[in-house]
Write a protein that binds this ligand. Structure first.
Ligand code: DQA
Length: 152
């Protein structure tokens, strides 16, 4: 399997940016942890961070036909970007991740324009959210044998 990991605006500042909200891990720390987990599961990752909406959309387009799934922390664009939503609607299955608990913060962070086109979302669990998203995507993409009759 191959996943695109997309980090949106300002996430390059993690570790220095509002550490009381986002913690002290840098984006490199988060990516290294995720790469390790991906290796363990035999999953290849393409990791992209951009502060530019168009570059994020281009990365989603590049994932069409080349990636099996997407993990996206859109930053503030999750609350505002119809264009990113439309791109994800045309792309492989995506999971939206937010490090912070967006629902415990300002009202403008309570809406996600991406949520309806994602298979699910994880918020408030810090860097662990990315790891959970990776495992959830693998689970989503792994075909299951139906349980034999009489079990469960
Ligand atoms: C964020 C939450 C967004 O509301 C915010 O704009 C971010 C980070 C998070 O990971 O908690 O940039 O996506």
């Amino acid at each position: 399997m191959r996943f695109l990991v997309l980090h949106g605006p300002n996430l390059n500042l993690l570790g220095r940016r509002e550490p009381e909200v986002y913690g002290r891990m840098t984006l490199d720390d988060i990516n290294a942890r995720l790469e390790q987990l991906a290796l363990h599961h035999d999953v290849a990752l393409d990791i992209v961070q951009s502060n530019h909406e168009g570059a994020l959309i281009d990365a989603v387009h590049a994932a069409i036909g080349t990636a099996d799934g997407i993990i996206v922390n859109p930053g503030a664009l999750g609350h505002t970007s119809l264009a990113l939503r439309d791109a994800l609607a045309a792309a492989p299955p995506a999971i939206e991740v937010h490090l912070s608990n967006v629902h415990a913060r300002e009202a403008f962070r309570h809406t996600s324009l991406l949520a309806p086109v994602c298979i699910g979302g994880i918020y408030g669990l810090g860097a662990a959210g990315y790891a959970l998203a990776l495992e959830a995507l693998i689970d989503h993409l792994t075909p299951r044998e139906p349980a034999p009759a009489g079990e469960g």
